[in-house]
Write a protein that binds this ligand. Structure first.
Ligand SMILES: NC(=O)c1ccc[n+]([C@@H]2O[C@H](COP(=O)([O-])OP(=O)(O)OC[C@H]3O[C@@H](n4cnc5c(N)ncnc54)[C@H](O)[C@@H]3O)[C@@H](O)[C@H]2O)c1
Length: 137
């Protein structure tokens, strides 16, 4: 795919880490980039630095994702490229033993479910809503 100023792109998690690096790399080609992130403060900075638009979003929420796409598309037109980098890491073992008491502890399932909601369902929600826009092209 040839990237240039005619292409609109969306990068989730674009305020930090892998997403920020991706947003900057895509913007360097001349493409228009919408930075999707929960972190408004960092997201606005990154978007301003790359000449893009920041769209506050929680990828775990349908309406929030729809509102972010509406803002991005109003600014740049229908995106042709979407990269999902929004994510969290829980950093907890499947099973662990407490150092002081020796107590064996299973993984905290609430944490695991939160991770799946953001990393898996969030990614699918964004790509599905993006594809729904792309098929109109
Ligand atoms: N960095 C690595 O080397 C690496 C390697 C393998 C996997 N990962 C995974 O990739 C993902 C991104 O890694 P990273 O290093 O860029 O992390 P990061 O924390 O630097 O960036 C993640 C971004 O996602 C955003 N975010 C989190 N939850 C969100 C939500 N609900 N809605 C919208 N935005 C949300 C955060 O605000 C943050 O800006 C993580 O899930 C991480 O575990 C990273």
């Amino acid at each position: 795919m040839k990237l240039d100023g005619s292409i609109a792109a969306v990068v989730t998690g674009g305020a930090s880490g892998l997403g920020e690096g991706t947003a900057r790399a895509i913007a360097a080609t001349g493409a228009k980039v919408a930075v999707f992130d929960l972190n408004e403060e960092r997201g606005e900075i990154v978007a301003a630095e790359i000449g893009g638009v920041f769209c506050k979003v929680d990828v775990t929420d349908d309406a929030s994702v729809a509102a972010a796409f509406a803002k991005a598309r109003a600014a740049h037109g229908q995106e042709r490229l979407t990269v999902n980098c929004a994510g969290i890491a829980t950093g907890q073992k499947t099973v662990s033993r407490k150092k002081d008491t020796g107590e064996i502890r299973a993984h905290d399932m609430a944490q695991f479910e939160r991770t799946v909601r953001v990393n898996l369902f969030g990614t699918f929600r964004v790509l599905s809503q993006s594809a729904a826009g792309m098929v109109t092209l």
